[in-house]
Design a protein around this ligand. Structure first.
Ligand SMILES: [Zn+2]
Length: 286
């Protein structure tokens, strides 16, 4: 009797840290900021404020650019800027006053990303796969959606919660080692260049596809091009998959979701181009 009582007391003590971690996680969950995505109506926990996201996004952006060959002008830069500009005009209000910036990097990498707070990087290697402006609008619409939907901040929350669950306590952003900083960059979406390819969750990928499709349609790009673009990406992912495929695995689920959403997006696109042509009515000379 005495023996088993001692045993169960020991078991109770062993459970104590687990209970404590559970309480910390619960407390953290209820005290963490909730972001309601105005486009989907869904609520998400985010570990960073909009300001913190913008600051981290900016410093990641500057670090990437400082280690890359940035192209300042030319037809490729003009095209990338034009597409990015049109897309950033149709994002929801919550992202309308992001400090949007776009840079083109001279690199064979098939890659593009948008950091939190609206810092876009496009590698020239993706342009032949994009083929045209609508193709580029597909990938940029998708990447921009990761930023407007604040997927980076959601990932940091999930990752920190996981860390707390695993180790017991730590999780604050201060006092970071280089490795931790790079891990954060991976979470924010700029980790590929350090070999830290952290894929977004499947839910975030599908949501970015869905939102990106609407952005491209509203910006006046034919959404049908999105299916063609991702099919090209899948074909491109042969023996040595392009960088963007390690974080954005395209598959038939994504293609079929896009095909399902096409009629709605196509209607949006037709409406948009109708409006655009109304504005463009040439003035007649007598
Ligand atoms: Zn993505």
């Amino acid at each position: 009797m005495g023996f088993s009582a001692q045993q169960s007391r020991r078991r109770g003590l062993r459970l104590l840290p687990i209970v404590a971690v559970g309480l910390i996680l619960l407390f953290r969950y209820f005290t963490t900021e909730t972001f309601v995505n105005s486009e989907t109506g869904e609520a998400h926990k985010v570990a960073l404020s909009v300001e913190q996201e913008a600051a981290l996004g900016l410093s990641s952006y500057q670090e990437v650019l400082s280690q890359s060959r940035v192209i300042e002008s030319g037809p490729e830069v003009d095209m990338v800027k034009r597409v990015a500009h049109r897309l950033t005009q149709v994002v929801p209000d919550s992202a309308r006053n992001f400090d949007w910036r776009v840079s083109v990097v001279d690199s064979p990498q098939v890659n593009a990303f948008c950091l939190p707070g609206g810092k876009i990087v496009v590698y020239t290697g993706i342009l032949p796969v994009a083929q045209n402006e609508a193709g580029l609008a597909t990938v940029l619409g998708h990447e921009i959606a990761h930023a407007t939907a604040r997927h980076g901040a959601q990932r940091v929350f999930q990752q920190q919660s996981l860390q707390i669950a695993l180790s017991g306590a730590r999780g604050a952003l201060g006092d970071m080692s280089i490795e931790q900083q790079r891990a954060i960059m991976g979470l924010l979406g700029a980790g590929a260049q350090y070999g830290l390819a952290l894929p977004f969750s499947r839910d975030h990928e599908l949501e970015a596809d869905r939102l990106g499709l609407h952005y491209m349609a509203r910006a006046g790009y034919d959404p049908r091009e999105s299916v063609a673009f991702w099919k090209r990406m899948m074909e491109n992912a042969g023996d040595k998959p392009p960088e963007i495929m390690s974080t954005h695995p395209a598959d038939s689920t994504r293609i079929s979701q896009l095909e399902e959403l096409l009629p709605e997006a196509e209607a949006e696109y037709q409406q948009q181009s109708h409006r655009a042509s109304a504005y463009d009515t040439p003035t007649r000379t007598p």
